[in-house]
Unconditional design. Sequence first.
Length: 281
Amino acid sequence: MREITVFTHGRPEEIRVALDELIGASAEAGVRLRFDVEETSKLGLAPLPSLVLDAEIKRDVELCIVLGGDGTILRALRHYAGTSVPVFAINFGAIGFLATVEPENLADGIRRALHGDYELLRLPAITLDLGSGSLIAVNDVAIHRKVGERVAELSYSLDGEEAGNVRCDGLVVATPAGSTGYNLANGGPVMAWGVEGFVVSFIAPHSMTARALVVAPGDRLCITNRSREPLDVAVDGRPVGEIHPDGLIEARFAKDLGTLAQLPGTSFYRRLREKFGRLAS
């Protein structure tokens, strides 16, 4: 039987109508929806023949449907990184840049998802080595000073060649998909989807010469903490650890780790205009 994983954001009351629509449509289409333990409890789901509750997150399902914003979409993409499972997202967030359907087109979006009427976009990621293991960032890696501590001092090198030493509040390493987030807020460049490489931008640099840098996909980025205090590290907006004084982390570009489902004819540039133009008006 066809199976689809469902991820939702943390405000179940906002997606209740959409969830009921999805459950009804999937039952008619002969598709079984899978909800893990957290989703089952959060949504208060009752058993139905078309639902698999308290389920493990299988990596061989047909599709993953997200009812949420970019944070939930990123969580789904990380779960299915390295697989061929597409993530089809219906936007219930503030921006939802990675979503392909807006709530006003809910019924048509669900129909298209269940009938496979979508195109696939392969997304790169950043693999991050903190010394204690590797992590995957679909959007970005952020390094920043702790609240109340002094300005950070960071040195960074590319393929063993020192590129700079900057006093700042931190820096962001972003993929093309993540370049419209924290990196853009730092004044970094927007990278169109399909561009290979990643961008390094600085958070409140205490320098007249620190500028964002687009890095080639094969270059290894090493960042060293030259501060006296440890610095916080976040992946896709989630805290994941620290860099201790004189400690370093390594970041590399990883091609085609995630798969995003998009409606046919979707344009990155149209999405950029509609999402950020709408917010500015």
